[in-house]
Design a protein around this ligand. Structure first.
Ligand code: NZQ
Ligand code: ZN
Length: 393
């Protein structure tokens, strides 16, 4: 196990009805004037908006609103939010929704006090040292932004979908997780979220670091939970127990509790960000296409690790004479699992065109330090092209 520092000081309030504490939590973390950030309206239909605003009113906290945040959030809303915060004297950002809403709030938070373009934080021109405090009320189990130290925004000038450098300054001060609000999710978004969680765990699980037995077991427990709970939540959207398991797994999958002390990979995420930049697909859907292809490509690097994945997550029987056979079975079981959830697993199914592959590789190269990426196997432009071609078969 490698040395590590783990500092993840978000307060989590978990369970049905916990959003009634929103106002009190905003006060506890120093907020008196809130920017309430949300998306295209799901929170008005499922009651989350009413519950949260009534808690703010009860706590006598005034708020202004920024709505209409799209999935794969764009820079335009970040600029708009920064201006609004300055004009209204906002001192606290409250994100009500999923990763796209939370990431927009985080980006606004880092930009308000900065005398320049917030995108400077993404290009590395300016370090992220401070932010307005951010709180979240989560309505979809997926991205893990409710406990993470990063955010992903698409800069419209250049269509660049980039994550910002990690910073504790933007970790949410609190996150309220009521599984009940995720019951209104369409099956496709539930499935997409399950894929994203599995990907966050796999990005950590496939490592070259030795002696990581404890975090291996944590990763396997989380992955098995997703494989068990996601089909139940899709079959019966009101299954509270399944929704609750997914919600806490999504957080644990990405606040790094299962990734400490080991080198991590993140190649699938880097490639998926090009897919969602080019085709505006759901992040989880893009991962369902690219991650099994990445696995096939890098499997010869360490077949035993993939065989362990097959055995411990999908219960495949170990073929001791040929562990590579077990390893390949595990990848196929993962792909079949994605399909069983109704997720796409090919380029065509997300409307992607193999002719765009060279353009995606070139686009990736525009990112500072864009190549190589991947901690398990180094991925350069040629390898990225080969993996995308596997996904395009
Ligand atoms: O806009 P509304 O109407 O709210 O609809 C949303 C949206 O269309 C809908 N939704 C959310 N909660 C709902 C609901 N519909 C019905 N009932 C509910 N309870 O779901 C759609 C997707 O929402 P979004 O916030 O985009 O989903 P997700 O949480 O998957 O976030 C994806 C974004 O997060 C980024 C992704 O790249 C993508 O941009 N990521 C952020 C990370 C981070 N900050 O740590 C890490 C991840 O790897 C990921 O890259
Ligand atoms: Zn992700």
């Amino acid at each position: 196990m490698n040395n590590f520092t783990f500092y993840a000081p978000t307060l989590f309030a978990f369970g049905d009805g916990e959003e009634k504490n929103t106002g009190a939590l905003v006060r506890r973390f120093g907020g008196s004037k809130v920017l309430l950030v949300y998306g295209g309206g799901s929170v008005k239909k499922n009651g989350a908006y009413d519950a949260v605003t009534s808690s703010l009113n009860q706590a006598e906290i005034s708020y202004v609103e920024l709505s209409g945040i799209q999935a794969n959030p764009r820079s335009g809303k970040v600029y708009e939010g920064i201006e609004l915060c300055r004009k209204e004297g906002v001192d606290f950002l409250l994100a009500l929704g999923g990763g796209s809403v939370i990431d927009t709030a985080k980006a606004i938070g880092m930009g308000v006090g900065y005398d320049g373009d917030f995108w400077d934080f993404f290009t590395g021109k300016a370090p992220i040292t401070t932010s307005l405090p951010v709180g979240t009320v989560l309505t979809i189990s997926a991205a893990g932004s409710e406990g993470s130290d990063s955010c992903v925004i698409t800069q419209e000038a250049g269509n660049l979908k980039w994550g910002c450098p990690k910073s504790d300054a933007i970790r949410p001060k609190f996150s309220i997780l009521n599984p009940r609000y995720t019951c209104s999710l369409p099956a496709y978004q539930t499935a997409s979220g399950a894929v994203d969680m599995l990907a966050h765990i796999c990005e950590r699980y496939f490592t070259n670091t030795a002696d990581v037995a404890l975090t291996d077991r944590l990763c396997e427990a989380l992955m098995r939970t997703v494989v068990d709970a996601a089909p139940r939540a899709i079959a019966n959207p009101d299954d509270y127990a399944a929704r609750a398991d997914l919600m806490w797994t999504g957080m644990l999958a990405h606040n790094n509790s299962c990734g400490v002390g080991r080198d991590q990979d993140w190649a699938s995420h880097q490639m998926e960000h090009e897919l969602s930049a080019f085709y505006d697909c759901a992040h989880g859907a893009g991962l369902a296409v690219v991650m099994p292809a990445w696995m096939e490509y890098v499997l010869p690097h360490n077949p035993m690790r993939f065989a362990q994945f097959a055995q411990c997550v999908f219960g495949c029987e170990m073929d001791f004479a040929c562990p590579e056979r077990t390893a390949r079975e595990g990848v196929e079981r993962l792909r079949a699992f994605f399909r069983s959830l109704g997720m796409p697993t090919t380029f065509a199914e997300i409307g992607a065109d193999p002719k765009d592959i060279p353009a995606m590789v070139a686009h990736r190269a525009e990112k500072p330090g864009g190549f190589p990426f991947g901690g398990f196997v180094k991925i350069g432009p040629d390898e990225m092209e080969s993996i995308l071609r596997l996904a395009a078969r």
